[in-house]
Ligand binder design. Structure first.
Ligand code: SF4
Length: 266
């Protein structure tokens, strides 16, 4: 990475949750094959996003729908649940897969909105999710996807924070899709700015220490309880057996067995 580095919401989430995991995935570039279930989930999600983009562009979608009845079911259910969002209106500007970038302290903060609708009074960001809706609203409100998507739009458009909202649609449900809308205001905008400044100032320090002195990024506190379920637990010596596993000839085989986190799941 150089001084002008692209950062996504996934990377910000990781930097905040466990900087060492960020190092493993993005600097050490440790990767592992996905399970069949994970791969199928990602493929289905990619197809749904492609379907929605092609639909917005007025391109044919029949071949995609014919391949997968679940896609057609989810699309029809979403159209029924959100007709005002998915039906173009003359007074509203709209674009699928809308990309924006903001230079913040030398880092290029990059967002891609699944759908952006805007008119004279407001701008609405939409995101299609293919997992079940989290029961905890704060979990989504505090996720860097929500925070970054709202922040970047407020910084790169004429809209005030209060004129912007973000809606998640959870599309792969057995019955009807569900949605959650998060509003925005100036206080949240300032808080996000402060938190970004704090986080990226730390990254400014960690990066050269890692590159020039080989100093690893900090680990999350063990008391947070994140390590036992992390795929890097052995590498980080955060399992009860790890001190035994990372010594002598066992080290090679234990590292080879590490199941690492797919980038797309971060
Ligand atoms: S095992 Fe713990 S410290 Fe290591 S990367 Fe995973 S969460 Fe971070």
């Amino acid at each position: 990475m150089n001084n002008l580095t692209r950062l996504s919401q996934n990377q910000l989430n990781l930097l905040e949750t466990c900087p060492r995991k960020f190092q493993h995935l993005y600097l050490d570039q440790l990767k592992s094959p996905l399970s069949r279930e994970q791969q199928e989930h990602i493929t289905w999600g990619n197809r749904f996003h492609l379907l929605m983009q092609q639909r917005e562009l007025g391109l044919p979608i029949e071949s995609l729908l014919n391949e997968d009845p679940q896609l057609e079911h989810s699309l029809n259910a979403l159209v029924r649940a959100a007709p005002e969002t998915l039906t173009p209106a003359s007074e509203t500007w709209r674009e699928a897969e809308h990309c924006r970038t903001l230079n913040f302290q030398g880092y290029l903060l990059t967002v891609v909105y699944d759908l952006l609708l805007a008119d004279a009074q407001k701008a609405d960001i939409f995101d299609w999710k293919t997992y079940l809706q989290p029961t905890n609203r704060n979990q989504l409100a505090n996720d860097w996807q929500t925070r970054l998507y709202l922040y970047v739009l407020a910084e790169t458009s004429p809209y005030l924070p209060e004129q912007i909202a973000m809606t998640y649609w959870f599309v792969k449900q057995r019955s009807a899709p569900t949605s959650l809308t998060l509003t925005y205001d100036n206080a949240q905008h300032e808080k996000t700015q402060q938190d970004l400044t704090t986080l990226l100032t730390k990254l400014d320090r960690w990066l050269p220490e890692y590159r020039e002195q080989g100093k690893p990024f900090p680990q999350v506190a063990e008391e947070k309880g994140l390590c036992p379920s992390c795929s890097f637990a052995v590498r980080c010596q955060r399992t009860p057996e790890s001190s035994e596993l990372v010594t002598g000839k066992d080290w090679c085989s234990s590292v080879a067995e590490i199941e690492e986190v797919p980038l797309s799941n971060l």
